[in-house]
Write a protein that binds this ligand. Sequence first.
Ligand code: SF4
Length: 277
Amino acid sequence: MTLNLDPRQRAMLAEMGVRVWLPDAPAPEESTPAHVPAAAHAQATTLAKPIDRALPTAAQALEPVMTQLKAVQGVSDMDWQTLQTSVAQCHACGLCQTRKNTVFGTAASDVTQPTPVDWMVVGEVPGAAEDAQAQPFVGEAGQLLDNMLRACGLSRKPENGQGSVFITQVLKCSTPGNRNPNPEELAQCVPYLHRQIELLQPKMIVVMGRFAANALLQASVPDVQTLPLGKLRGQVHRFNQVPVVVTYHPAYVMRNLPEKAKVWADLCLAMAHLSAT
Ligand code: SF4
């Protein structure tokens, strides 16, 4: 993965209102805050109202999750197809009663055998549109994510030398009224995400949002539940040896446009880390 963006990628970023972190700028070190480019200046008036999901309180966070991660039996031994079937038929928590579809991850239905991917992006909870389409990150937030990933040389459906990215979410079912997931729902569902990571062996994981960070960093960042998301940014964490970069959720960025530049800085950190290893 290189940081040398071609003119088309730069134009794409300019169109998104993201200033490019120049490739000859010094790469951020691990444990060093990432350089944050100047604020983007896209027009808020052109954007639809995003999902309004409040940050969880510490009490809502995942303290009970680690002790309950074995709740879904046999997940750690499942192959890819069994995992997909298990998610599609899952009734392990009450969300099975209100979902239309489960949302396993991008292009999951086309894949019978997983092949290792370059990046994995982990979001939070499927919204109504994602529930309807059985795909993660659809709509304007998904478009923003796709554009940024394309600028990094990645695609959900890679072609012409693009890197591969598998996009999924912490919960595989939507929540009623788009509410925050509760600890029990997360405890039941997070093992699916962990198994997806084991099978896909990504070179880099980008987690977007509080619940995604909590689900993957509890072992390596003991106070992850209480740290603001901003404090988790700007460094490379680990989940079972896989590098993890934390950033804001695109839905949050859609209503806080200056944060778009921070997301781009975080993606640059991920690219720089992979270039250096
Ligand atoms: S949210 Fe996860 S654990 Fe709950 S029913 Fe859906 S797939 Fe199963």
